[in-house]
Design a protein. Structure first.
Length: 99
């Protein structure tokens, strides 16, 4: 039997963590790339520095996409909380009013 999974509106699927992780990793690789281009301390070939640049672009892009999703999940959580606490949407049985 398949078990249904219900996700809360307050669950952000760890997008905040992944946003920070990808942005930090991208920035570290960007610093490594810039230092290698300017000073050549590791004497890496052009192919390797090109690959580092590709990963920089990839990780920063993934970080920005994760940031966008984190912001959207935060807005969804705020809307869900407002709906839960909105008294005008309460059932008529709870307020004691007759239809």
């Amino acid at each position: 039997m398949v078990k249904k999974h219900f996700f809360s509106a307050h669950n952000d699927l760890k997008t905040g963590f992944f946003c920070k992780f990808f942005l930090i990793l991208g920035c570290i690789l960007l610093i490594l790339y810039v230092v290698e281009i300017m000073v050549h301390p590791l004497n890496l070939s052009n192919d390797v520095t090109g690959s580092i640049l590709a990963f920089v672009i990839l990780f920063i892009g993934l970080g920005l996409i994760s940031y966008f999703f984190a912001c959207q999940f935060a807005k969804l959580s705020k809307i869900a909380e407002e709906v839960e606490n909105d008294e005008s949407l309460m059932d008529t049985e709870e307020t004691g009013a007759k239809p």
